[in-house]
Design a protein around this ligand. Structure first.
Ligand code: PHE
Ligand code: ZN
Length: 866
């Protein structure tokens, strides 16, 4: 397969600019007509032809300043059309180009460009989807002012595009049109068009300068009541961005459309966001607390892009983290302010440890600003997004709240209306601090997860020397690594909880800077045993190798000031116990640990938020990242055994917690969320003990909300099979008509570690609500299996790997972007034992040899076999 690698270093400014775009789109399922009139200007003096991107588009008509141009032939110098480009010979420096083309949205199952979602037309253009609609300079550094006329028949009463509606009317053939104008120059990836028949929720927001903005939320007919939370979230996000960053909305109207068929979470198209309905629709009966949380976070994320992404955009796609890392950081700060700082931090750190660390350990390892890309869609990664956000968080830590705000103000002052680079962002931040950020910017170019090691050595006269050192293991893309500049939160705690400071004054405000391979400082211990709690609040995206005794970990849990550290200490204790069981499956855990946990529980019984998080056993995926050569059956067995001992040993304490939390009528409000969370975590432990099966069924029957219903269902996975099966059947009957809710049911089935899992999955795929063309369905069945059914996916007869590969071969023909996401677990063979590796590579080999593989899947599979 011949593929083209694009390199960041090869960036060249565009040879032409397009200042205005006039689009005229007449919708039809198999023959949508797109007429585009572009004002083009040559940049600099050169005589190159104008080369536009166009993905398998026909040219029906082409005019330059009203003069027709035909295709090139032997005796005529015309345009040259290929399946990916249109080259137009012109010598004018300024001209108007008219091109007529056509597309078939009904056949578009890749969901990029213009497609049909259910009964509605919608578009997705990021990263390179606009070239599937019309010929264009499809790159983010070409900014144009758009005027768009959408023509459709009466079946589609709502015709939407970016900006403000400026005209509308009836046409003679029974069709109607609406014309839109967006005054803000934008790159084509922010273009959007939607046509359909929706229920509409409206509201308005008055900005800080007194401007009234109309808010419109479009949802499927009959779903209006499920849209109110999203609309309220939008207003909170608008207010927060004004309060925290002084950023105000800049159009008269803000529209959000929820669609069922969507490859990603949502899209920040200027003034017209398109959302996966999963991140809009929410009510007590159908959405869990996590769903509510995610709706608010994604609504905010897309809104925040209006400044970080749209007003200031990316020069090229290698700079994606410029907008995504920054916007994720902003949405995380918003969520923390709206809900709780602690549980937010834990949530995001879990994502880093489960998914980003494994990406960095795989052949897809890349810096937050990648250097090479085959298919851009493959770089919407946890590294670019979440590690990118961690890097922004470090700026925030180093510059402080005021310094960070000053840097942001400067960023907008310099770059509003421009397409810029990560270096431009760093330089704006540099203007707001006296720290030298040059070493810090290595975070943009170096991939891999640094490991911080902590050593303790007793010196004479009661002094203890601490040494922190860093090392970044080589990654598949980069062999040489340099020391990074890392802010490290640190607490030195005595046995009785006393806090110690160092003699040299390198710890400032609980933080040290590690910018070399290693550094040391001393502390006067005067005979006390000291416990260093390092990397509090996950102050840098790193792993920590800190060999602490169980007593020391319990000391951190008991006395640590930082709640995050306390949670983390508990996680380390569990990890340690599981390791013991891996070594000797018959081992029983030291009674002191149970004593420690019991007393922790009774001390924190009123602090349900921390308690709920602390009672979660690290996931299988997180444990994998702390081990090498994982034998899946062995690790699962050890983890399961630990969970059983945990339930048995802590039975009384867990029951106390469960009974102390009273069930109240549902409200989505932080204290209630914390209580439900804690109660459901505890229920899952108790469900391992047969005598508490009734608690599960009782909760299921009594529940007035999806959080508790699903909590009961998840716990039922640990009960007798009959119990699980009967609750699942009831659930399916109740929610048969609601695909978003059924996704939860699909996922629960697909993650059951049962022998007949493939029969189950086949049954799910034949369910009337299942279709391979809907990414949410595919993710909930096949994605859940590959990512989270570790035992069966990694079964040593190779059946799990083969099943996923077989499915991907079919899916790839329809939707390469989603196929390339789901292939991820198969490509991450590095951490597993050789018997797993061999079988995984066998399936990767099958994929690679397949004729007609998409470049999306090709890039990931070929890298992982290289
Ligand atoms: N830009 C979107 C976001 O992060 C993500 C996205 C990328 C959506 C590509 C669709 C396609 O908000
Ligand atoms: Zn984003």
């Amino acid at each position: 397969m011949s593929v083209q690698i694009k390199r960041r270093a090869d960036y060249k400014p565009p040879a032409f600019l397009i200042t205005t775009v006039d689009l005229h789109v007449t919708l039809h399922p198999t023959d949508t007509r797109v007429i585009s009139t572009l004002k083009v200007t040559r940049q600099g003096s050169h005589n190159q032809p104008l080369v536009l991107d166009g993905d398998n588009l026909p040219v029906h008509k082409l005019l330059i300043d009203n003069a027709p141009l035909a295709a090139k032939s032997d005796d005529n110098d015309g345009y040259i059309l290929t399946d990916s480009s249109l080259s137009i010979p012109v010598d004018k420096n300024e001209f108007t180009l008219y091109i007529e083309t056509s597309i078939a949205p009904d056949n578009n199952k890749a969901l990029e460009g213009l497609y049909l979602s259910g009964g509605a037309y919608c578009t997705q253009c990021e990263a390179e989807g606009f070239r599937r609609i019309t010929f264009f300079l499809d790159r983010p550094d070409v900014l144009s002012v758009y005027t768009v006329t959408v023509v459709g028949d009466e079946k589609y009463p709502m015709l939407l595009s970016n900006g403000n509606p400026v005209d509308k009317g009836q046409l003679s053939d029974g069709k109607h049109f609406v014309k839109w104008h967006d005054p803000h120059p934008k790159p084509c990836y922010l273009f959007a068009l939607v046509a359909g028949d929706f229920d509409l929720l409206t509201d308005s927001y008055t900005t800080m300068s007194g401007k009234e903005v109309a808010l419109e939320l479009y949802v499927d007919k009959g779903k209006k009541h499920q849209g109110t939370f999203a609309l309220e979230s939008l207003k909170r996000a608008m207010k927060w961005d004004e309060d925290v960053f002084g950023l105000e909305y800049d159009l008269d109207i803000y529209m959000i459309v929820a669609v069922d068929f969507f490859n990603m979470g949502a899209m920040e198209n200027k003034g017209l966001n398109v959302f996966n309905s999963k991140f809009v629709l929410a009510d007590q009966d159908t959405a869990t607390d996590d769903d509510f949380f995610n709706v608010e976070a994604v609504i905010a994320h897309e809104y925040f892009h209006n400044w970080t992404g749209n007003r200031v955009t990316c020069r090229d796609w290698f700079q994606l983290s410029l907008k995504e890392g920054l916007t994720v950081f902003r949405d995380q700060q918003f969520s923390a302010d709206m809900t709780s700082e602690l549980s937010n931090r834990i949530k995001h750190v879990r994502v880093m440890r489960e998914h980003q660390f494994s990406e960095d350990a795989s052949a897809m390892s890349h810096p937050i600003r990648p250097d090479e890309v085959i298919e851009m869609n493959n770089f919407y990664t946890v590294t670019v997004y979440d590690k990118g956000a961690e890097v922004i968080r470090m700026f925030h830590t180093l510059l402080g709240v005021d310094g960070f705000r000053q840097g942001m103000d400067e960023y907008f002052r310099r770059h509003d209306g421009q397409a810029v680079t990560c270096d431009d962002f760093v330089s704006a931040m540099q203007s707001a601090t006296s720290l030298d950020l040059s070493q810090f910017s290595l975070w943009y170019s170096q991939s891999g997860t640094p490991v911080i090691s902590v050593e303790q050595q007793e010196l004479e006269n009661g002094k203890v020397q601490f040494t922190l050192s860093q090392r970044t293991p080589k990654t598949s893309d980069q062999h040489d690594k340099q020391p990074l500049y890392m802010p490290i939160n640190i607490e030195i705690i005595g046995q009785g909880g006393e806090l110690y400071s160092d003699n040299e004054g390198v710890i400032n405000d609980g933080m040290v800077i590690l910018d070399k391979e290693s550094m040391s400082f001393t502390v006067d211990a005067s005979g006390n045993v000291l416990t260093p709690a390092v990397l509090g609040n996950f102050s840098a995206p790193a792993k920590v190798d800190n060999p602490l005794s169980t007593e020391s970990l319990l000391t951190i849990f008991k006395h640590g000031k930082d709640a995050f550290n306390r949670w983390d200490a508990m996680q380390s204790i569990y990890d340690r116990c599981i390791r013991e069981l891996e070594q000797s499956p018959e081992a029983s855990i030291d009674e002191n640990i149970w004593v420690g946990i019991r007393s922790a529980i009774s001390r924190e019984i009123d602090n349900v938020e921390l308690l709920g998080e602390c009672l979660v056993i690290p996931s299988f995926e997180t444990l994998c990242q702390l081990r090498t050569s994982v034998d899946v059956a062995e690790l699962s067995k050890a983890r399961t055994e630990f969970c059983h001992q945990f339930a048995q040993q802590l039975e009384a304490a867990l029951l106390d917690v469960f009974n102390s939390i009273e069930s109240k009528p549902y409200s989505y409000e932080q204290s209630a969320v914390n209580q439900r969370r804690c109660k459901n975590v505890v229920l899952a432990h108790l469900a391992l003990l047969p005598q508490y099966e009734h608690l599960v069924t009782e909760q299921f029957e009594a529940s007035d909300n999806m959080t508790d219903t699903l909590g009961a269902l998840r716990s039922a996975q640990f009960c007798r099979k009959e119990v699980f099966d009967s609750l699942m059947a009831k659930f399916e009957q109740r929610y048969n008509k609601d695909p978003l809710v059924l996704d939860k049911w699909f996922a629960l089935h697909a993650t059951q570690p049962t022998k007949d899992i493939f029969a189950t999955i086949t049954m799910l795929c034949e369910h009337p609500q299942f279709t391979m063309s809907n990414p949410n369905r595919v993710r909930s069945v096949i994605g859940s299996f590959a990512f989270y059914n570790s035992e069966m996916f990694h079964a040593l007869d190779g059946s799990g790997y083969k099943f996923v590969a077989d499915y991907l071969l079919k899916l790839d023909k329809l939707n390469p972007q989603v196929a390339a996401r789901i292939v991820t677990p198969l490509t991450q063979w590095q951490g597993f034992a050789s018997q797993h590796q061999r079988l995984m590579k066998e399936q990767l080999g099958r994929l690679l040899n397949h004729k007609g593989l998409s470049k999306d899947v090709f890039e990931k599979v070929s890298k992982s076999l290289a």
